[in-house]
Design a protein around this ligand. Structure first.
Ligand SMILES: [Zn+2]
Length: 266
């Protein structure tokens, strides 16, 4: 789960993206979402490198000796081991710039705690979303920020119920993105209706063209969240290659919330 690579300027960097089940290769842990724990870590680096880690604090480096820095991160709220991640490189913080400028110049973010309390404060964005301009990148970022609450701070007991966090994140990304763009009421409405229409088409296509078994929101039914005697939990359809490309759980969750919001108000 450790990726050693170089950044755009050819400088070395390393990051982990262990979610959902690869952090066991990094440190001894149990990874089902019901196994929660706190963590703390100190990482030493050569001066010039910045350590970003999921945690509640924004670490200030302490000099241990000439040319060696130490970075300390922690969480006090028990969280799944899958939410742990670390990224070490010559990162630069983007300050006092507009949202659009920030997303064009940096692929990694350390979010201020006011934006996403109790979240691990680190989001990985694929570079492939950057050429899409602020719209593609912005909505993606809004989706991931929504996961700071739905998916990280609170979440399903079982990974097979991904629709809960993905439905909320998909629903909220429109709301966050509309606020970020400071749209008028009419523009918000127009954009939301267009998105709903596109999502409806995508959902219809998937429902017509995928295995019915993969479309069920709660595939483990009454045994959802149950562990075996050994403590293992099985992610049903977790190894089906086509499953990770499917949006059906996101979209069914989104349309359920949209329907509820229309009935009882936001
Ligand atoms: Zn998501």
């Amino acid at each position: 789960s450790v990726t050693w690579t170089t950044d755009q300027s050819g400088r070395p960097c390393v990051y982990t993206m262990g979610s959902p089940i690869n952090n066991r290769a990094l440190f001894p842990c149990q990874e089902p979402p019901v196994a929660l724990s706190t963590w703390q870590a100190s990482v030493r680096t050569a001066a010039g490198f910045v350590v970003l880690m999921s945690g509640e604090n924004s670490a200030e480096p302490v000099q241990l000796q000439e040319g060696i820095l130490s970075w300390y991160y922690y969480v006090t709220m028990p969280m799944p081991a899958s939410t742990f991640t670390v990224a070490v490189g010559c990162w630069q913080e983007v300050k006092q710039q507009s949202f659009t400028a920030a997303i064009q110049t940096n692929t990694k973010f350390s979010l201020p705690s006011s934006q996403a309390d109790f979240s691990p404060h680190i989001i990985f964005l694929s570079q492939s979303v950057l050429p899409g301009g602020s719209h593609l990148c912005g909505t993606r970022l809004c989706h991931e920020i929504a996961h700071a609450w739905f998916g990280l701070a609170i979440g399903a007991r079982d990974w097979t119920e991904e629709w809960i966090s993905e439905g909320f994140a998909t629903f909220l990304e429109d709301i966050f993105w509309a606020r970020t763009q400071q749209l008028s009421q009419d523009e918000v409405k127009g954009q939301r209706e267009l998105k709903a229409l596109l999502r409806w088409r995508r959902l219809r296509d998937e429902v017509q063209n995928s295995e019915e078994e993969l479309q069920i929101l709660r595939p483990k039914k009454e045994s959802t969240g149950e562990l075996s005697e050994s403590g293992a939990s099985v992610v049903k359809h977790g190894l089906k290659a086509e499953k990770i490309f499917m949006q059906v759980h996101y979209l069914k969750g989104y349309f359920l919330l949209r329907s509820l919001a229309r009935t009882i108000g936001e």
